[in-house]
Design a protein around this ligand. Structure first.
Ligand SMILES: Nc1nc2c(ncn2[C@@H]2O[C@H](COP(=O)(O)OP(=O)(O)OP(=O)(O)O)[C@@H](O)[C@H]2O)c(=O)[nH]1
Ligand SMILES: [Mg+2]
Length: 300
């Protein structure tokens, strides 16, 4: 995994060669994205559900996508201390997020890490990410089932969840129900069901399911697992599973091309850009004009 996370060119070539050799050994995994605001209980949820699964003999891997590492200066997610039960089980593997700064660099390395986990026989892979816009799109493109964890807040709850995020999730879980009266979470559950219904159906043709849980115990986890497994089954039976995986491959290819073009552009245009930067700084030319002229020079 360290090799796969490396950004050195030589390492990247070796990593690709490794992945090609391991490809025949990969098993078919279920990739589950877990997103939600900081502190909502994502790690606790994975710890509890993951522990149930390893007890049933399943092999469970947890990878974290941490978009905020540039800000916090380190990885905040996937912390093993927050998954104490699961991390000590021999059938589990937990990888804290790579500390690479930019999300663009993290996503391809997570994609590779997933493949490595599959080659190592992990049939269930959790991807934990904090819900802050960019990272949800990243995790949506990496998982088969995207689960949103939320909780009942004071005030106007639904306002707190961005529409774009709601449109991307397959299952919504209201967490920390142990802290509430039943009437409170039931009311929130109803309003969320109505909201997901308005957003339209998931690729399997049904509305996203909305359930309530308490992740500090495994009460209700059986239903949650049944909902995830049912959803995965329905994706497979409608062909949506393969279509989604295929589309994700194409998107990975496109972003790899974009990354390469950006790198090449940096290399080729560095000198010319510096000249224009000075002209722009001194207001001798507008930024748009400068970009236009620069590109004219390149695509003659
Ligand atoms: N009462 C109660 N507390 C919970 C529940 N789930 C999580 N917590 C607590 O909420 C706090 C945050 O839980 P985490 O699992 O670390 O949350 P997270 O979403 O992974 O947080 P980040 O990774 O920092 O974004 C911890 O103190 C947990 O013990 C729950 O169902 N009920
Ligand atoms: Mg966490």
């Amino acid at each position: 995994l360290t090799l796969l996370e490396s950004e050195r060119r030589q390492d990247r070539e070796t990593a690709q060669a490794l992945l090609v050799r391991l490809a025949p050994h990969r098993i078919d995994s279920l990739r589950i994205g877990i997103t939600g605001p900081p502190g909502v209980g994502k790690s606790t949820f994975i710890d509890t559900l993951g522990s149930d699964l390893v007890r049933q003999g399943q092999r469970v891997a947890v990878l974290a996508i941490d978009p905020s590492s540039t800000v916090s200066g380190g990885s905040i997610l996937g912390d093993k201390t927050r998954m104490q039960q699961l991390s000590t089980h021999p059938l589990s593997f937990i990888r804290p997020s790579p500390s690479s700064g930019k999300l663009g660099g993290v996503t391809p390395s997570i994609r590779n890490s997933i493949q490595l986990c599959e080659a190592a026989g992990y049939g269930i892979i959790f991807l934990e990410t904090v819900g802050v816009g960019q990272s949800e799109t990243a995790v949506r493109n990496l998982c088969d089932v995207l689960v949103l964890l939320t909780m009942v807040h004071s005030g106007d709850e639904l306002q707190g969840i961005k529409r774009g995020l709601m449109e991307a999730v397959d299952l919504v879980l209201i967490n920390k129900c142990d802290q509430l009266e039943q009437a409170e979470w039931l009311a929130y559950q109803e309003s969320l069901r109505y909201a997901v219904h308005l957003l339209g159906s998931r690729p399997n043709g049904a509305d996203a399911a909305v359930l309530s849980v308490s992740s500090i115990s495994d009460k209700g986890m059986e239903q949650v697992w049944a909902a995830i497994a049912d959803y995965a089954r329905s994706l497979k039976s409608t062909g949506a599973w393969n279509a989604q995986r295929a589309e994700q491959q194409v998107m990975a290819f496109k972003s790899a091309v974009e990354e390469k073009i950006a790198q090449k552009a940096q290399e080729l245009l560095a000198t010319a850009m510096r000249q224009y930067e000075n002209a722009v700084r001194e207001s001798k030319i507008t930024p748009d004009q400068a970009a236009e002229e620069l590109m004219k020079g390149v695509w003659k």
